[in-house]
Design a binder for this molecule. Structure first.
Ligand code: PDD
Length: 283
Protein backbone atom coordinates (compact mmCIF):
# COMPACT_ATOMS: atom_id res chain seq x y z
CA UNK A 1 0.00 0.00 0.00
CA UNK A 2 1.43 3.34 -1.03
CA UNK A 3 1.41 6.12 1.52
CA UNK A 4 0.66 9.76 0.90
CA UNK A 5 3.62 11.84 2.07
CA UNK A 6 4.05 15.57 2.45
CA UNK A 7 6.86 17.34 0.59
CA UNK A 8 7.21 21.12 0.46
CA UNK A 9 3.52 21.98 0.44
CA UNK A 10 2.26 19.00 -1.54
CA UNK A 11 0.61 15.73 -0.54
CA UNK A 12 1.90 13.07 -2.96
CA UNK A 13 2.03 9.27 -3.32
CA UNK A 14 5.33 8.19 -1.76
CA UNK A 15 6.79 7.00 -5.08
CA UNK A 16 6.23 10.43 -6.66
CA UNK A 17 7.73 12.52 -3.85
CA UNK A 18 11.14 13.98 -4.64
CA UNK A 19 13.93 15.81 -2.84
CA UNK A 20 17.02 17.24 -4.55
CA UNK A 21 20.33 15.31 -4.53
CA UNK A 22 21.85 18.65 -3.46
CA UNK A 23 19.71 18.84 -0.35
CA UNK A 24 21.93 19.71 2.64
CA UNK A 25 20.02 17.18 4.70
CA UNK A 26 21.31 14.48 2.34
CA UNK A 27 24.84 15.86 1.88
CA UNK A 28 25.57 17.32 5.34
CA UNK A 29 22.93 15.94 7.75
CA UNK A 30 21.92 19.61 7.95
CA UNK A 31 18.43 19.16 9.27
CA UNK A 32 16.27 18.40 12.26
CA UNK A 33 13.33 16.09 12.88
CA UNK A 34 10.50 15.18 15.20
CA UNK A 35 8.52 11.99 15.73
CA UNK A 36 5.00 12.40 17.08
CA UNK A 37 2.78 9.52 18.12
CA UNK A 38 -0.81 9.07 16.98
CA UNK A 39 -3.26 7.26 19.24
CA UNK A 40 -6.87 6.78 18.07
CA UNK A 41 -6.38 9.38 15.33
CA UNK A 42 -5.01 12.04 17.69
CA UNK A 43 -1.55 13.51 18.25
CA UNK A 44 0.23 12.90 21.54
CA UNK A 45 2.20 15.79 23.11
CA UNK A 46 1.89 17.81 19.90
CA UNK A 47 2.78 21.12 21.54
CA UNK A 48 5.91 19.69 23.13
CA UNK A 49 7.17 18.38 19.79
CA UNK A 50 6.27 21.63 18.01
CA UNK A 51 8.15 23.68 20.63
CA UNK A 52 11.24 21.43 20.53
CA UNK A 53 11.28 21.68 16.73
CA UNK A 54 11.43 25.48 16.91
CA UNK A 55 14.25 25.24 19.44
CA UNK A 56 16.25 22.72 17.36
CA UNK A 57 15.89 24.91 14.27
CA UNK A 58 16.91 28.01 16.20
CA UNK A 59 20.06 26.33 17.54
CA UNK A 60 21.08 25.69 13.90
CA UNK A 61 20.25 29.26 12.79
CA UNK A 62 17.15 28.19 10.93
CA UNK A 63 13.70 29.73 11.01
CA UNK A 64 10.58 27.66 11.49
CA UNK A 65 8.99 27.22 8.05
CA UNK A 66 5.50 26.93 9.59
CA UNK A 67 3.61 28.16 12.64
CA UNK A 68 2.34 25.73 15.30
CA UNK A 69 -1.17 25.88 13.80
CA UNK A 70 0.10 25.26 10.26
CA UNK A 71 2.10 22.23 11.49
CA UNK A 72 -1.00 20.92 13.25
CA UNK A 73 -3.07 21.29 10.06
CA UNK A 74 -0.40 19.46 8.00
CA UNK A 75 -0.20 16.62 10.56
CA UNK A 76 -3.99 16.26 10.60
CA UNK A 77 -4.32 16.29 6.82
CA UNK A 78 -1.59 13.65 6.54
CA UNK A 79 -3.32 11.44 9.14
CA UNK A 80 -6.59 11.86 7.29
CA UNK A 81 -5.13 11.06 3.83
CA UNK A 82 -3.47 7.91 5.19
CA UNK A 83 -6.35 6.81 7.45
CA UNK A 84 -3.82 6.73 10.24
CA UNK A 85 -5.44 5.75 13.53
CA UNK A 86 -2.35 4.52 15.39
CA UNK A 87 1.30 5.03 14.60
CA UNK A 88 3.88 7.74 14.12
CA UNK A 89 4.32 10.91 12.13
CA UNK A 90 7.89 11.68 11.11
CA UNK A 91 8.71 15.31 10.29
CA UNK A 92 11.99 16.60 8.88
CA UNK A 93 13.14 20.10 8.05
CA UNK A 94 16.46 20.62 6.28
CA UNK A 95 18.25 23.84 5.42
CA UNK A 96 17.45 23.22 1.75
CA UNK A 97 19.20 22.45 -1.54
CA UNK A 98 22.25 24.30 -2.87
CA UNK A 99 25.48 23.31 -4.62
CA UNK A 100 27.72 21.36 -2.23
CA UNK A 101 29.77 23.62 0.01
CA UNK A 102 30.52 23.84 3.72
CA UNK A 103 28.99 27.30 3.87
CA UNK A 104 25.47 27.97 2.73
CA UNK A 105 23.71 30.94 1.18
CA UNK A 106 21.49 32.77 3.68
CA UNK A 107 17.76 32.46 3.22
CA UNK A 108 17.74 29.12 1.44
CA UNK A 109 14.29 27.62 0.92
CA UNK A 110 13.98 24.83 3.46
CA UNK A 111 12.93 21.29 2.61
CA UNK A 112 9.99 19.98 4.60
CA UNK A 113 9.03 16.32 4.58
CA UNK A 114 6.45 14.45 6.66
CA UNK A 115 5.35 10.82 6.44
CA UNK A 116 3.33 8.37 8.48
CA UNK A 117 4.22 4.95 9.90
CA UNK A 118 1.26 2.81 10.95
CA UNK A 119 1.99 0.90 14.16
CA UNK A 120 0.05 -0.52 17.06
CA UNK A 121 1.76 1.80 19.50
CA UNK A 122 -0.12 0.93 22.67
CA UNK A 123 0.14 -2.88 22.38
CA UNK A 124 3.87 -3.51 22.38
CA UNK A 125 5.33 -7.01 22.87
CA UNK A 126 8.59 -5.32 23.98
CA UNK A 127 6.76 -3.50 26.77
CA UNK A 128 5.16 -6.77 27.94
CA UNK A 129 8.40 -8.75 28.14
CA UNK A 130 10.90 -5.92 28.70
CA UNK A 131 13.97 -5.28 26.57
CA UNK A 132 17.67 -6.04 26.92
CA UNK A 133 20.36 -3.43 26.34
CA UNK A 134 24.13 -3.45 25.94
CA UNK A 135 26.35 -0.49 26.81
CA UNK A 136 28.53 1.20 24.20
CA UNK A 137 30.64 4.38 24.30
CA UNK A 138 28.73 7.54 23.43
CA UNK A 139 30.54 8.80 20.35
CA UNK A 140 27.97 11.33 19.17
CA UNK A 141 28.64 15.05 18.81
CA UNK A 142 28.32 17.34 21.84
CA UNK A 143 24.93 18.92 21.05
CA UNK A 144 22.60 16.00 21.57
CA UNK A 145 19.94 18.41 22.83
CA UNK A 146 19.38 19.39 19.18
CA UNK A 147 17.29 16.76 17.40
CA UNK A 148 19.39 16.60 14.23
CA UNK A 149 19.14 13.93 11.56
CA UNK A 150 22.73 12.81 12.24
CA UNK A 151 21.67 9.34 13.34
CA UNK A 152 24.57 7.28 12.03
CA UNK A 153 26.16 6.60 15.41
CA UNK A 154 22.88 5.70 17.14
CA UNK A 155 22.05 3.42 14.17
CA UNK A 156 25.44 1.69 14.42
CA UNK A 157 25.04 1.29 18.18
CA UNK A 158 21.58 -0.23 17.85
CA UNK A 159 22.75 -2.50 15.04
CA UNK A 160 25.63 -3.68 17.26
CA UNK A 161 23.11 -4.39 20.02
CA UNK A 162 20.86 -6.42 17.73
CA UNK A 163 23.84 -8.35 16.32
CA UNK A 164 24.83 -9.13 19.93
CA UNK A 165 21.35 -10.55 20.57
CA UNK A 166 20.07 -7.52 22.54
CA UNK A 167 17.32 -5.03 21.71
CA UNK A 168 19.05 -1.67 22.11
CA UNK A 169 22.13 0.11 23.42
CA UNK A 170 22.70 2.56 26.27
CA UNK A 171 25.39 5.11 25.55
CA UNK A 172 28.07 5.74 28.16
CA UNK A 173 30.30 8.80 28.51
CA UNK A 174 32.85 9.46 31.29
CA UNK A 175 31.51 6.41 33.12
CA UNK A 176 27.87 7.51 33.13
CA UNK A 177 24.88 6.59 30.99
CA UNK A 178 23.78 9.48 28.79
CA UNK A 179 20.69 7.92 27.15
CA UNK A 180 19.56 5.16 24.81
CA UNK A 181 20.13 5.24 21.05
CA UNK A 182 16.68 6.81 20.54
CA UNK A 183 15.24 7.11 24.04
CA UNK A 184 15.91 8.44 27.53
CA UNK A 185 17.16 6.03 30.23
CA UNK A 186 15.97 5.55 33.84
CA UNK A 187 16.53 3.33 36.84
CA UNK A 188 14.41 2.75 39.95
CA UNK A 189 15.91 1.99 43.36
CA UNK A 190 13.93 1.86 46.59
CA UNK A 191 10.96 3.46 44.82
CA UNK A 192 13.04 6.44 43.67
CA UNK A 193 13.22 7.16 39.93
CA UNK A 194 16.65 8.27 38.71
CA UNK A 195 17.30 9.77 35.27
CA UNK A 196 20.07 11.95 33.90
CA UNK A 197 19.61 15.71 34.30
CA UNK A 198 19.01 17.89 31.24
CA UNK A 199 22.04 19.40 29.48
CA UNK A 200 23.62 19.39 26.01
CA UNK A 201 24.53 15.72 26.67
CA UNK A 202 21.06 14.30 26.01
CA UNK A 203 17.92 14.95 24.02
CA UNK A 204 15.29 16.65 26.15
CA UNK A 205 12.65 13.99 25.63
CA UNK A 206 9.08 15.15 25.34
CA UNK A 207 7.98 11.81 26.80
CA UNK A 208 10.55 12.27 29.59
CA UNK A 209 9.02 15.61 30.57
CA UNK A 210 5.49 14.16 30.65
CA UNK A 211 6.46 10.97 32.49
CA UNK A 212 8.40 12.86 35.18
CA UNK A 213 5.45 15.22 35.63
CA UNK A 214 3.02 12.29 36.03
CA UNK A 215 5.44 10.52 38.38
CA UNK A 216 5.68 13.58 40.65
CA UNK A 217 1.91 14.05 40.55
CA UNK A 218 1.57 10.43 41.70
CA UNK A 219 3.89 11.25 44.66
CA UNK A 220 6.79 9.20 43.26
CA UNK A 221 10.24 10.55 44.06
CA UNK A 222 12.30 11.65 41.04
CA UNK A 223 16.03 12.43 41.12
CA UNK A 224 17.69 13.93 38.04
CA UNK A 225 21.35 12.92 38.06
CA UNK A 226 23.68 10.67 36.06
CA UNK A 227 24.01 6.95 36.91
CA UNK A 228 26.46 4.22 35.94
CA UNK A 229 25.87 0.87 34.25
CA UNK A 230 26.82 -0.88 37.52
CA UNK A 231 24.24 1.13 39.45
CA UNK A 232 21.64 0.29 36.81
CA UNK A 233 22.48 -3.43 36.96
CA UNK A 234 21.96 -3.33 40.75
CA UNK A 235 18.70 -1.33 40.52
CA UNK A 236 15.22 -2.72 41.20
CA UNK A 237 14.03 -1.66 37.75
CA UNK A 238 15.18 0.11 34.63
CA UNK A 239 13.22 1.57 31.73
CA UNK A 240 13.33 3.85 28.69
CA UNK A 241 10.97 6.49 27.36
CA UNK A 242 10.37 7.91 23.88
CA UNK A 243 7.49 8.98 21.69
CA UNK A 244 7.52 5.61 19.93
CA UNK A 245 8.09 3.32 22.93
CA UNK A 246 6.26 5.33 25.66
CA UNK A 247 7.59 3.68 28.83
CA UNK A 248 9.31 0.35 28.12
CA UNK A 249 10.97 -1.75 30.84
CA UNK A 250 14.63 -2.76 30.53
CA UNK A 251 15.18 -6.18 32.08
CA UNK A 252 18.78 -6.96 31.13
CA UNK A 253 21.87 -4.73 30.94
CA UNK A 254 25.11 -6.14 29.48
CA UNK A 255 23.82 -9.66 30.22
CA UNK A 256 22.95 -8.91 33.87
CA UNK A 257 19.33 -9.33 34.90
CA UNK A 258 17.78 -6.22 36.46
CA UNK A 259 15.60 -6.81 39.53
CA UNK A 260 13.42 -9.87 39.09
CA UNK A 261 14.06 -10.00 35.34
CA UNK A 262 10.60 -8.88 34.22
CA UNK A 263 8.77 -5.56 33.86
CA UNK A 264 8.67 -3.94 37.31
CA UNK A 265 5.74 -2.21 39.04
CA UNK A 266 7.02 1.36 38.63
CA UNK A 267 7.62 1.07 34.88
CA UNK A 268 4.28 -0.72 34.40
CA UNK A 269 2.40 1.93 36.36
CA UNK A 270 4.12 4.83 34.56
CA UNK A 271 3.33 3.24 31.20
CA UNK A 272 -0.35 2.93 32.13
CA UNK A 273 -0.54 6.50 33.45
CA UNK A 274 1.31 7.85 30.41
CA UNK A 275 -0.98 6.10 27.91
CA UNK A 276 -4.17 7.06 29.83
CA UNK A 277 -3.16 10.70 30.17
CA UNK A 278 -1.93 10.88 26.56
CA UNK A 279 -5.26 9.59 25.29
CA UNK A 280 -7.05 12.29 27.27
CA UNK A 281 -4.75 15.15 26.24
CA UNK A 282 -4.14 14.19 22.58
CA UNK A 283 -5.27 16.72 19.97
N1 PDD B 1 13.79 9.40 19.28
N2 PDD B 1 16.91 10.49 23.14
C1 PDD B 1 17.18 10.32 21.84
C2 PDD B 1 18.59 10.25 21.40
C3 PDD B 1 16.11 10.20 20.92
O1 PDD B 1 16.37 10.03 19.62
C4 PDD B 1 14.77 10.24 21.39
C5 PDD B 1 13.59 10.14 20.47
C6 PDD B 1 14.55 10.42 22.77
C7 PDD B 1 13.17 10.51 23.36
O2 PDD B 1 12.54 11.73 23.01
P1 PDD B 1 10.95 11.84 22.88
O3 PDD B 1 10.40 11.38 24.18
O4 PDD B 1 10.72 13.28 22.63
O5 PDD B 1 10.54 10.94 21.74
C8 PDD B 1 15.64 10.55 23.61
C9 PDD B 1 12.73 9.29 18.31
C10 PDD B 1 11.51 8.64 18.84
C11 PDD B 1 13.28 8.62 17.07
O6 PDD B 1 14.41 8.95 16.72
O7 PDD B 1 12.62 7.80 16.44
Amino acid sequence: MSRIVYVNGEFLPEDQAKVSVFDRGFLMADGVYEVTTVIDGKLVDFDGHAARLVRSLGELDMDAPHSRDEWLAIHRELMHRNDLENGLIYLQVTRGATDRDFTWPEGLEQTVVLFTQAKNVTESPAAKRGISVISVPDQRWRRRDIKTVQLLYPSMAKMAAVRAGADDAWLVEDGFVTEGTSNNAYIVKGGRIVTRDLSHDILHGITRAAVLRYAREAQMEVVERPFTIEEAQAADEAFITSASSFVTPVVKIDGTTVGLGGPGPVAKRLREIYIDESRKAAV
